[in-house]
Design a protein around this ligand. Structure first.
Ligand code: NAP
Length: 270
């Protein structure tokens, strides 16, 4: 989706850039960074699973938020100096605030404790009052909770538990916002949901970071009980827009980027 989105933005703004996909094996990461990414014709890169943490060893500068989150999803090549950023957390927060309004003093449940959860929880923790992280492997949730709680900018009380019916039931009784950062429900297993539908309530905002399909089983169930829903597409486009602006120093044509993503997703809807 990033190639579709960025190439549409380059066409729209008349910039002579092109976004290409590069498959990199872990043992090639150091050489890719030092040789391919520092070249004069390369403005930067996005980094995805499984390289978001490891890539940090090969960058010259890492911006504050990426350091805090502990992962880089965006690299800018400034004359051979590689600078690392993380735009996932801010993009998720922007999408949530646009839909929900201020998240100050809200109670949030986050499902998952991987890279997306780290970024989302870090940004939410600056304003929310409580965050409960529930994960398939409970120790990963506990580790993330401990890690984030140690930062002075973390305002939220963060708790952790295992992603199970009973913990979800208890957590959802009190929550304002539910965020899924697990891949459960993603194409092709579109009938799966991380949450039993009977636990959802009409006064929740349910945000699924999965964007293929656009309306996941979780979001369909949430909509059926009258809850507000937010798909993963806004987060995707907002992080893409931030990426475009850091690479080009031009305002991102967000509407064009959104249209390109929606067209591509709808074109391959199952
Ligand atoms: P990741 O680092 O691999 O983390 C995956 C997390 O999901 C882990 O906490 C893992 O639990 C959990 N998980 C995996 N399979 C599961 C299952 N079958 N049942 C329950 N939990 C499961 O991946 P990530 O980078 O965080 O990305 C996760 C998802 O976020 C992606 O699939 C993508 O859809 C979405 N995402 C969206 C955007 C966007 O812009 N919209 C951006 C980034 C990511 P364990 O700890 O037990 O392994």
């Amino acid at each position: 989706m990033s190639a579709v989105m960025q190439n549409a933005a380059f066409r729209e703004t008349g910039l002579d850039f092109s976004y290409e996909l590069l498959e990199v094996r872990p043992e090639e990461l150091r050489r890719t960074a030092s040789e391919k990414l520092t070249g004069p014709g390369v403005r930067g890169a996005n980094v995805t699973i499984p390289h978001k943490v490891e890539i940090m060893r090969y960058l010259d500068e890492i911006y504050y938020e990426a350091q805090r989150i502990g992962a880089v999803n965006l690299i800018v090549n400034d004359g051979g100096i590689l600078k690392g950023y993380n735009t996932d957390g801010s993009a998720a927060l922007r999408a949530i605030v646009e839909t929900y309004g201020s998240i100050r003093d809200t109670r949030v449940i986050v499902l998952g404790a991987g890279g997306a959860a780290r970024a989302v929880c870090y940004k939410l923790a600056e304003s929310a009052s409580e965050i409960m992280i529930l994960n398939r492997t409970e120790e990963h949730a506990v580790a993330l909770s401990d890690y984030l709680s140690a930062f002075p900018e973390c305002r939220a009380v963060i708790s952790a538990g295992s992603l199970q019916y009973e913990s979800l039931r208890k957590g959802l009784e009190e929550a304002d916002i539910l965020v899924n950062t697990t891949p459960v429900g993603m194409h092709p297993k579109t009938e799966s949901s991380p949450v039993a539908s009977r636990l959802l309530r009409s006064d929740l905002l349910v945000f699924d970071t999965v964007y293929n399909p656009l309306m996941t089983r979780l979001l369909l169930d949430a909509e059926a009980v009258g809850a507000r829903v937010l798909t993963g597409v806004q987060m995707l486009v907002y992080q893409g827009a931030a990426t475009f602006e850091l690479w080009t120093r031009r305002k991102a044509p967000e509407a064009v980027m959104m249209r390109a993503v929606m067209d591509a997703l709808e074109g391959r809807a199952d």
